[in-house]
Design a protein around this ligand. Structure first.
Ligand code: TRP
Length: 334
């Protein structure tokens, strides 16, 4: 608890360009949580180096992502928006928690198995202990809730296990975090293969809408989106392509699937795809304008970076000092 509010933590990696899926599935919903929770939203750049990165590109992407958080509507006075690498407590706690995590547990992580298969030439120890760093992110702020996608639930589970194990030995040190299941964020799929989620690392650029895509590109990608064979705008399991487009349309317009079916009753896929494309272009336009405006204000962003790193650091150190003391590290002499 901070000032009577529950603590919420989440983060995104600065790798790849953010997609409509990231926005509708996560970022857009984060904005509504900042009144109810004390929120920490990190740009988790330390996680990014588990796969090889170009340094200047990583730096640029991290700054873009942080700026996008604000452009999406997160007020940096209410939400702690910061770079993970600016708070050394993440790495320090991660080391400690590594010593309370078993190889067998980490071996079971499906994301590790997937990434190891994908990056067979660079299966580094960081990739293996990635979930421990993530546990440190969450536990460092005594987080109560963590909004995450399905693919991260296993990492949240191991975070809870590590925290409970630690607490069983040393007393109630860590708050045990819960996955945040509030109003479920939209689960946006690839435009080229609706059985996969829309991903910023998809090699087929037609599969994803990037938040910086211009209106023509957005409309072209929706025209090319895979659909189904019923030739009807109907929200059902048998039409995964159309179903995905309906979900996108609803997330952008606030309409329900039933209203959408009615609206396009008797119309073909072509009309519908155009409408979806336009609804997406309409929500991206103000976001992009705000992003451009913020990007030009270097002093403002720099100030957010500094002030929020200080704030994050303050809470992180509180937890870290407690942990260090409990495990028997010598007291600092002042
Ligand atoms: N691993 C998460 C992802 O790739 C990002 C992340 C890092 C995260 N630390 C976190 C998410 C802590 C929630 C909480 O999506």
């Amino acid at each position: 608890m901070i000032d009577g509010k529950k603590v919420l933590f989440s983060g995104m990696q600065a790798t790849g360009n953010l997609t409509l899926g990231n926005y509708l599935g996560a970022l857009k919903n984060w904005v509504n949580l900042s009144d109810e929770y004390e929120c920490f939203y990190s740009v988790v750049d330390m996680h990014s180096i588990t796969v090889r990165q170009d340094p200047s590109e990583l730096r640029q992407r991290a700054r873009k992502l942080l700026t996008l958080y604000i452009a999406a509507g997160l007020d940096p006075k209410k939400n702690c928006i910061y770079y993970q690498s600016h708070v050394s407590g993440h790495a320090e706690l991660a080391w400690i928690l590594n010593c309370f995590t078993y190889m067998g547990e980490l071996n079971r992580m499906t994301q590790f198995k997937d990434k190891a298969a994908k990056h067979a030439d660079n299966i580094n120890a960081g990739l293996f202990t990635y979930p421990v760093l993530m546990a440190s992110d969450i536990l460092l702020y005594q987080s109560d809730v963590v909004p995450v996608g399905k693919d991260q639930l296993q990492h949240l589970e191991i975070t809870r296990d590590i925290a409970q194990r630690f607490n069983a030995i040393y007393g109630d040190i860590f708050t045990i975090p819960e996955p945040f299941m509030g109003k479920a964020g939209a689960n946006i799929k690839s435009l080229q293969d609706p059985s996969k989620k829309m991903s910023k690392s998809d090699e087929n650029t037609n599969a994803s809408i990037y938040l910086m895509d211009d209106p023509d590109t957005v409309i072209r990608k929706f025209k090319r989106a895979v659909t189904d064979s019923e030739a009807q705008v109907r929200y059902c399991e048998e039409q995964p392509g159309i179903r995905n487009l309906i979900e996108i349309y609803c997330a952008c317009t606030g309409k329900t699937p039933e209203e959408t079916e009615k609206e396009f009753d008797g119309k073909g896929y072509g009309d519908f795809k155009l409408a979806v494309g336009e609804s997406v272009a309409d929500i991206l336009k103000p976001l992009q304008a705000r992003f451009e405006e913020l990007s030009r204000d270097k002093a403002y962003i720099d100030n957010v970076i500094k002030e929020n790193a200080d704030k994050a650091n303050y809470y992180a150190m509180k937890t870290l000092r407690k942990v260090q003391k409990k495990i028997g590290f010598p007291e600092r002499i002042r």
